[in-house]
Design a protein around this ligand. Structure first.
Ligand SMILES: [Zn+2]
Length: 149
């Protein structure tokens, strides 16, 4: 009995991993988590996804180019959709959090545009967003604006 369960687990390991990945994707879509949490989840999902992907490629290479199962293909398709939805939601959140302030919220001083950090540049590139960074003259509080390109 135990051996049978083990065999089943081995056979459906991909499907089980997929289920958890989709759950993670759905979780990201449904629950409002802050940006840091989001990035962390995204990283774990990407990591498992790459691992599973490599496993399948290796399996198919060693197995003499067996045709990838339809269920696997379907799984990938669902995952891709999950990734796309997560990406889109994240992007929408960034655009929505956009503030078009001219003066500082805290001390009402003028805001100056400053150079973006590398992380923001990267984020803007991948999210296809125009991100600008502003800093308050007096209290040095930073504000960022996100606009669609
Ligand atoms: Zn200020």
């Amino acid at each position: 009995m135990k051996r049978r369960i083990k065999k089943l687990l081995k056979l459906y390991s991909f499907e089980i991993a997929l289920f958890f990945l989709i759950s993670t994707g759905l979780f990201l879509l449904v629950v409002d988590v802050d940006l840091k949490e989001n990035i962390r989840h995204l990283l774990t999902v990407t990591y498992s996804f790459t691992k599973e992907f490599l496993k399948i490629i290796l399996y198919n290479l060693t197995g003499g180019f067996k045709i990838i199962k339809l269920s696997n293909l379907l799984g990938f398709l669902i995952l891709l959709i999950c990734f796309y939805l997560t990406y889109k939601r994240w992007r929408d959140r960034l655009i929505k959090s956009n503030n078009v302030l001219k003066t500082c919220e805290k001390c009402n001083s003028k805001l100056n545009r400053i150079n973006k950090t590398n992380l923001l540049k990267l984020l803007g590139f991948f999210m296809r967003l125009k991100i600008r960074l502003y800093e308050c003259d007096k209290c040095h509080k930073k504000y960022k604006t996100c606009k669609e390109k």
